[in-house]
Design a binder for this molecule. Structure first.
Ligand code: UT7
Length: 331
């Protein structure tokens, strides 16, 4: 019997309607469109508005559309992994809320938190359920409502992050397509450089934590940038080398969209030209777990069966890694 691999068989995305552009940010904080564009590549980002509207709202929309595209009923989903740092609640898991909203009554689900590397961790985890033969339809959602943990008085973070969601369906493949290899890494000593201090068990919410604005994401941008540039480029080169891939063999690089300068450095290190790099940071900013599936969604029509794709991410934790996959279908 041929080996079972986990292939992406459908992809979908959802972004909220509200556009927060650099011009509007100029009216909120001391910044300029020119500064943001040259330092990050970001022009605008989407914001999910409305009371009680959490990440599951975007996740459910993305998963509903995913099932429609693939022509399956949500009841056929076996497992739903929701990668997020902005869960609707501390518990229950947002995965459970999404499965309920879409009617995935036969699925079990859990949340996975690896910050900006969430989607690659989730995709790798989901692929194992397929490869083992235990599950046939696994949905991996990457979603974040970053606006819920952003301080719009902090110009070092509010210019970067946005809200958005992407989702993929994984199914067994016996033709050698789908996920080929993954290298995942983490280094907890970097935790202090990008985090949300309060709200968890170490610093539960109090009037003091709220007054001190400790429920917002904070980062030491320069340090994160330095680690991201090196590690995302290194791990992408490592997975190519490990799989004997030259830059000519790579059809697409799908990089986490944190800063265009980090993406450029990764592409240079891999020897991949700009026309092979998926880039939508100018439209959505950094949607944390959402960036990579949102790219796949936007580029889906250009992807061909058999295309070699390298996915790379770096995020808080620190967490980082790379996935090598062969695209499994023509649109
Ligand atoms: O998804 C993974 C997690 N995040 C990342 O990967 C983000 C990594 N870091 C970055 O992308 C960059 O470090 C930032 C975009 C956050 C900042 O860019 P930078 O080139 O590292 O700027 P900087 O922090 O060194 O600041 C340079 C100057 C400072 O002024 P002085 O001290 O030189 O006078 C800042 O105060 O730019 C100032 N500055 C701003 N000016 C206008 C910082 N933020 C802004 C702003 N608008 N929004």
């Amino acid at each position: 019997m041929s080996k079972i691999t986990a292939a992406i068989t459908a992809v979908n995305g959802y972004v909220p309607d509200y556009v927060l552009d650099n011009k509007e940010l100029e009216t909120i904080i001391e910044t300029t469109d020119e500064w943001i564009t040259t330092r990050t590549g970001i022009k605008e980002r989407r914001i999910l508005k409305g009371e009680g509207q959490g990440s599951s709202v975007m996740g459910a929309e993305a998963v509903k559309g995913l099932c429609e595209k693939r022509g399956i009923s949500p009841e056929e989903i076996d497992l739903l992994i929701c990668c997020t740092v902005t869960a609707d609640h501390i518990f229950p898991a947002t995965a459970n809320i999404i499965t309920d909203k879409v009617g995935a009554t036969n699925a079990f689900g859990f949340d996975l938190n690896a910050a900006c590397s969430g989607f690659i961790y989730g995709l790798t985890t989901g692929s194992k359920y397929i490869e083992s033969g235990s599950h046939k339809k696994v949905v991996v959602v990457g979603v974040d409502k970053m606006s819920s943990i952003i301080d719009y008085e902090d110009r070092t973070t509010c210019i970067i992050f946005g809200d958005g969601c992407g989702a993929v369906l994984l199914e067994p493949n016996e033709d050698g397509l789908g996920i080929q290899d993954a290298i995942l890494k983490s280094d907890g000593s970097g935790a202090q450089f990008l985090s949300q201090k309060a709200g968890g068990s170490a610093y539960p919410p109090t009037h003091e934590t709220v007054d001190a604005k400790e429920h917002y994401a904070r980062q030491d941008g320069k340090t994160v940038f330095k680690f991201a540039v090196t590690n995302m480029a290194d791990v992408s080169a490592e997975i190519m080398e490990k799989n004997n891939l030259s830059s000519d063999d790579v059809a697409w690089l799908v990089p986490h969209q944190a800063n265009k300068r980090i993406i450029d450095a990764t592409a240079r290190r891999m020897g991949v030209s700009d026309d092979k790099v998926m880039l939508n940071i100018h439209k959505y900013g950094n949607t944390t777990s959402g960036t990579i599936p949102l790219c796949l969604w936007e580029w889906e029509n250009q992807l061909k069966k058999g295309d070699n794709i390298i996915i790379a991410a770096f995020g808080g934790g620190f967490t980082w890694g790379s996935i090598y996959l062969k695209w499994a279908y023509n649109s």
